[in-house]
Design a protein around this ligand. Structure first.
Ligand SMILES: Cc1ncc(COP(=O)(O)O)c(C=O)c1O
Length: 368
């Protein structure tokens, strides 16, 4: 009754199944449903948190301008410190971008299917969402020329582009992004690089050259800090200052800052994990092909889409029986038979493969 008129008719962002959190013992749980890291963060994170627990200022608000963190982020992302700002997750950053740059009625174009948080945040303040579909081919490829025509007819205020795209893995080269940013210089391009560490493609070199691009990054994926909620923005000084006008600097907890600094002090640990995931993904795709499971040959990111068709519910159930959780994409109407599986270490993905093999899906598809 008291909800604003936009929230009243909003379709909420659909969270993943709650079952993994409900288990008493989490020892052998493989949580592959939200693209989190499948291993704990660098041991340096734990050491730093223990030190903070013993000697830190738990009774103080968090550092509201953490220069050590800011400088490490600048070094890591190779942009000047004045061109970045940290937030309590990239989801929170999406919300700040919406609140800073969008008016009710503004049109926002999403390249779909894609990560849905930006859409929900935008609709909650009365923005109008417009979709440009990826091609319905095996790789969910992006057609630049069609997009150009689409942009000419729609003239959105913002384009949200996830690179690599969750859940399809579609990669956009930096050249394509630069072409778009130059061509549509009155449109703000929000580039979500949540999986940048896995694809190694970034548009970060553009943020000091163009006003109409903001990049969102997170510590929730490759760095393994999803529980702490840390993300950051890369953008022009003007856009960063715009975000700062409404950013609440107390909302990035001290533990989150301590953890993120420690993770940035052990880049090698993160890179070793990323290398294993990228290698395992290629291996896993080959194995899936050999047992007749359709994948989308997903390019970037620590995840893969499987088209299981009529076998989807059976696979999800059997995985859960084995304490493996994967993401059902049935809530998207073009993707009823799809699941998204986070890729982890090879020994973890062997477990997933064993479950799939035990189901003999080819046989079941034939007899259905
Ligand atoms: C594209 C994309 N952006 C952002 C997020 C969330 O990041 P954070 O944990 O920093 O809110 C996700 C998580 O799945 C994602 O896939």
């Amino acid at each position: 009754m008291f909800l604003n008129k936009f929230v009243k008719c909003l379709t909420p962002y659909k969270v993943t199944t709650h079952k993994a959190w409900e288990l008493d013992s989490r020892g052998d749980v493989l949580k592959l449903d939200w693209n989190e890291s499948t291993v704990p963060p660098s041991p340096k994170v734990k050491d730093a948190l223990v030190k903070f627990a013993n000697n830190g200022t738990m009774n103080w608000y968090p550092d509201v301008d953490n220069k050590v963190f800011r400088n490490l982020l600048s070094e890591y992302s190779k942009v000047p410190a004045c061109n970045l700002e940290y937030f309590g997750s990239s989801d929170a950053l999406h919300e700040y971008i919406i609140r800073s740059f969008v008016n009710p009625g503004d049109v926002i174009t999403l390249i779909s299917p894609t990560y849905d948080n930006f859409r929900a945040a935008a609709e909650s303040i009365g923005a109008t969402i417009n979709y440009f579909p990826l091609n319905k081919d095996n790789t969910f490829s992006f057609s630049y020329l069609d997009f150009e025509l689409h942009m000419q007819s729609i003239c959105p205020k913002i384009v949200y582009l996830c690179n690599p795209n969750n859940p399809t893995g579609t990669n956009y080269s930096t050249e394509v992004i630069e072409k778009l940013v130059r061509r549509f210089n009155d449109v703000l391009f929000v580039i979500d690089e949540a999986y940048y560490e896995f694809s190694k493609i970034t548009a970060s070199s553009l943020v000091t050259k163009f006003e109409n691009i903001i990049i969102c990054r997170t510590f929730s994926k490759a760095f393994g800090l999803a529980s702490f909620r840390v993300g950051y923005a890369l953008g022009s000084e003007n856009n960063i200052n715009g975000l700062k006008r409404i950013r609440n600097p107390k909302n990035i907890s001290s533990c989150a800052q301590v953890a993120a600094i420690a993770a940035l002090n052990d880049i090698k640990y993160m890179e070793d994990y990323v290398n294993e995931v990228n290698y395992t993904k290629l291996w896993f795709i080959k194995e899936l092909e050999s047992i007749g499971v359709n994948t989308n040959d997903s390019e970037g990111g620590n995840f893969i889409l499987l088209d299981l068709g009529i076998n989807k519910s059976l696979v999800i159930k059997k995985m859960e029986d084995n304490n493996i959780f994967i993401r059902d994409y049935g809530h998207i109407n073009t993707m009823e038979g799809y699941v998204r599986v986070t890729i982890g270490l090879k020994k973890q993905m062997v477990r997933v493969l064993e479950v799939l093999i035990s189901l003999d899906l080819n046989e079941k598809t034939r007899s259905a």
